[in-house]
Design a protein around this ligand. Structure first.
Ligand SMILES: *[C@@H]1O[C@H](CO)[C@@H](O)[C@H](O)[C@H]1NC(C)=O
Ligand SMILES: *[C@@H]1O[C@H](CO)[C@@H](O)[C@H](O)[C@H]1NC(C)=O
Length: 169
């Protein structure tokens, strides 16, 4: 009982602890090969809003953002020691016409963190009711809403997988 309590305390801690399996996210499976092998980074701009960052891609592995799963949410292990609040990935369903371009945010607001994420051989998966696939459009991460009527792939978008590449150190 004592051990169980200690383990669950660790698991709910806001910052990453040694029990968390840390990973980076890398694209694969795109039809346009220049969209493969890209690393997800968290980019905060004036347009993001104070409590949100945009998930964008880089070719530089050294810049890749580090994540871990916490009870079905994907937490961003921010390198900024002043800002260790629990940033987490949010799937934002807005259905703006095209179901393939639903926005993804890395947010730190009180209820941030969409639940129901898991990892399988095809990489990071969202909750099946609201998540169909990941997509990359103009170097930014979006997702496909399986309930949207229009699921055509816009010319500037590509469907991708997000593979979890576990960190060894
Ligand atoms: C592949 O993607 C790159 C970068 O987004 C783009 O510049 C290029 O035009 C695309 N190629 C094709 C054939 O769509
Ligand atoms: C984990 O998520 C489930 C389902 O959303 C929730 O009921 C439960 O309270 C969560 N547990 C913790 C420790 O946050």
């Amino acid at each position: 009982m004592k051990l169980l309590a200690a383990v669950s305390l660790l698991a709910t801690a806001a910052t990453a602890s040694p029990v968390q399996k840390l990973f980076n996210l890398q694209t694969s499976g795109a039809s346009n090969s220049s969209h493969n092998g890209l690393w997800l980074v968290s980019y905060h701009s004036a347009a993001s809003g104070p409590l949100d960052s945009e998930p964008i891609f880089t070719k530089q592995a050294a810049d890749a953002a580090t994540f871990y799963l916490n009870n079905g949410t994907v937490r961003y292990d921010t390198p900024n020691q002043q800002n260790q609040a629990p940033w987490a990935i949010d799937l934002v369903t807005v259905q703006r016409g095209n179901g393939l371009k639903e926005p993804v945010r890395i947010g730190v607001h009180e209820d941030a963190g969409t639940k129901g994420f898991y990892i399988n051989k095809d990489g990071l998966q969202g909750p099946s009711q609201t998540f169909g696939s990941w997509s990359i459009c103009d170097n930014q991460l979006f997702f496909q809403n399986p309930q949207a009527s229009d699921t055509t792939v816009p010319s500037n978008c590509d469907i991708v997988k997000l593979q979890a590449v576990y960190k060894t150190s």
